[in-house]
Design a protein around this ligand. Structure first.
Ligand SMILES: Nc1ncnc2c1ncn2[C@@H]1O[C@H](COP(=O)(O)OP(=O)(O)OP(=O)(O)O)[C@@H](O)[C@H]1O
Length: 250
């Protein structure tokens, strides 16, 4: 089943075509990488898919329904969650409360309405939060302030918040940035295990080894355009990709 259909998706910023008529798909349960040189349009494409940036042209369908123009929290409540290139953790809130923001979001509620929503609702939020914390291995530090976590653990906290929404599709924007080699290897195993549980994942990453080792398909952008969309081995040998990265003529 096709989960996400990205069709001719385009975004212009003034005179700059940041994303230029990109068409691709994500199947249910797939693990797809999105790579490209700096400024290629990767984050902008993620923002367009998840509703954080409006489309100049094109369309995005999620689970068969058009989602262009919907607010990010509405798209998230339908089962698409994401993390950000720059961590968006609330440092003065506990780890538990940071993650419960995701569980609240699943219900399409503001935090205030969730609090006054009665015992059954708060039990559901609490259950989803604990399950997400357990999935990333942070239950022991649930009561700690997020500010006290190491940088690596804060990354898992952000992923837990996304998981608390019980997504079918998870978008990860540079999850390995700032991690050392062993932390990156652990993250690779973790992303694989999420995918093995049936979660479809799309991953922007500069760490090429990570992308090539875990993704079954890799989409390559350069100057806003899609220049390749194939299995890692095919992409690695693609002259257009080599040229985009190395700036060499064929
Ligand atoms: N809000 C904005 N206003 C104007 N230009 C923007 C905006 N967001 C992105 N751009 C421009 O669009 C282009 C694509 O940026 P984007 O951040 O999507 O690239 P990227 O592939 O994610 O890059 P990086 O790997 O460096 O994060 C860049 O030239 C960037 O300067």
């Amino acid at each position: 089943m096709t989960l996400v259909e990205i069709e001719n998706v385009t975004r212009r910023f003034g005179g700059l075509l940041a994303v230029d008529a990109v068409t691709t798909k994500v199947e249910a349960g797939e693990l797809v990488g999105l790579i490209g040189p700096n400024g290629a349009g990767k984050t902008t494409l993620f923002n367009l898919i998840s509703g954080f940036t409006t489309l100049t042209a094109g369309s995005v369908r999620f689970k068969g329904e058009a989602i262009d123009g919907l607010k990010p929290h509405v798209i998230a409540a339908r089962g698409m969650s994401r993390t950000f290139q720059n961590l968006r953790v609330f440092p003065n809130m506990s780890v538990f409360d940071n993650v419960s923001v995701g569980a609240v979001g699943k219900m399409g509620l503001s935090a205030g309405r969730a609090i006054v929503g009665g015992a059954r609702r708060s039990q559901a939020i609490s259950r989803a939060t604990w399950q997400a914390l357990e999935r990333v291995g942070l239950t022991e530090v649930a009561g700690e302030l997020a500010a006290n976590l190491s940088y690596g653990k804060r990354k898992y906290l952000e992923i837990a918040r996304a998981l608390a929404m019980r997504p079918d599709f998870l978008i990860l924007d540079e999850p390995a940035a700032g991690l050392n080699d062993s932390e990156t290897a652990e993250l690779a195993r973790f992303i694989r295990s999420l995918n093995a549980d049936g979660l479809a994942v799309m991953l922007v990453e500069h760490d090429m080894n990570l992308v090539m080792s875990i993704c079954s398909r890799v989409v390559v952008l350069a100057s806003g355009r899609k220049i390749a969309d194939a299995a890692p081995d095919v992409v690695r040998a693609d002259p257009a990709v080599l040229e985009a990265y190395l700036g060499v003529e064929e």
